[in-house]
Design a protein around this ligand. Structure first.
Ligand SMILES: Cc1cc2nc3c(=O)[nH]c(=O)nc-3n(C[C@H](O)[C@H](O)[C@H](O)COP(=O)(O)O)c2cc1C
Ligand code: SF4
Ligand code: SF4
Length: 270
């Protein structure tokens, strides 16, 4: 039984989830959405096709919108989605279903998993001990999801607070509209050691280096990989110097920037 999982991830939560699904189902190809968007991704087919990504403003990230809008899947696979979030997925399943329907694909099942919040404007990541608690609970939840996926279930489970599901269709389009301008608030402070990692890790090439220091180019996805992976915490978004930084402990910067696809064993760099 073959599976393709398309994934997008800024701080590793969603890549961790994608890998756990791949490990649980076996015979799974993991495909980076960021890579697929840079190259001409060939039409693929499998008996199961999954989308795994973080929730942004109660819906899918902009890059996931654009990816689904051009997605070509051959045949009639079982299609599922799994989202990682910091609290509530809001209307992510409903929006994803609508996008897929326009491509002739039915979203059979969707899950959301609360992991570690990574959004600096709303306070950012919690303290390390809370991060560990959230990740332990998330791993239990991921185990349940992988178990149910094997039975090809239908329906959406736990998409968070129903109120946010109602507000999502109003808030999410505003987020998408403002996305390109949102990197104006990024700065690099004096602790920058000019290592260049921020430019390497950006999934959409939105950072170039001027005298070794980052300059943001106005096509940001707001994934916060640059912010959280900077080794000296030099990148700020407003008054964030004291905020915790976070990335999933099993996911490295190289994992996020690696090749387009893999056979997805945990710990393996895609
Ligand atoms: C721009 C942005 C918007 C976010 N919006 C939401 C949201 O609406 N609801 C929520 O529960 N978490 C939200 N989060 C938190 C992320 O969904 C969560 O931390 C996710 O697990 C990150 O996944 P990643 O590590 O794969 O990037 C947001 C994060 C970012 C960066
Ligand atoms: S990752 Fe941080 S230290 Fe490295 S170049 Fe970027 S801002 Fe400077
Ligand atoms: S500039 Fe930073 S936040 Fe924006 S897409 Fe690139 S890595 Fe993500």
């Amino acid at each position: 039984m073959s599976t393709i999982v398309y994934w997008f991830s800024g701080t590793g939560n969603s890549l961790h989830l994608a890998r756990r699904i791949a490990e649980g189902l076996g015979d799974t190809e993991l495909v980076s959405i960021a890579h697929a968007m840079r190259a001409a991704d060939p039409p693929r087919t499998a008996e199961r096709v999954g989308l795994v990504f973080p929730v942004y403003a109660w819906g899918p990230p902009g890059i996931v919108h654009r990816f689904i809008e051009r997605l070509v899947v051959e045949g009639k696979p079982y299609v599922f989605a799994a989202f990682t979030c910091g609290g509530s997925a809001g209307s992510t399943a409903a929006i994803t279903r609508k996008l897929l329907r326009r491509r002739g694909l039915d979203l059979a099942a969707a899950w959301s998993v609360r992991m570690v919040e990574n959004y600096p404007p709303l306070g950012g990541a919690p303290a390390p001990d809370a991060q560990q608690r959230h990740l332990a609970a998330a791993d239990r939840r991921i185990g349940e999801i992988v178990g149910s996926l094997k039975a090809f279930p239908a329906g959406v489970t736990r998409d968070g607070n129903p109120l946010f599901g109602l507000l999502g269709p109003l808030i999410h389009p505003l987020f998408l509209r403002d996305l390109p301008r949102m990197d104006r608030k990024f700065t690099a402070d004096d602790t920058c050691i000019q290592c260049g990692l921020c430019a390497q890790i950006c999934p959409v090439g939105n950072i170039d280096l001027v005298d070794g220091r980052p300059r943001w180019l106005g096509r940001c996805e707001q994934c916060y990989a640059c912010f959280h992976f900077c080794p000296t915490r030099a990148i700020q978004r407003g008054r964030t110097a004291r905020q915790h930084r976070y990335h999933h402990p099993d996911v490295s910067a190289a994992d996020l920037t690696g090749g387009a696809s893999s056979q997805g064993q945990p710990g393996e760099t895609p």
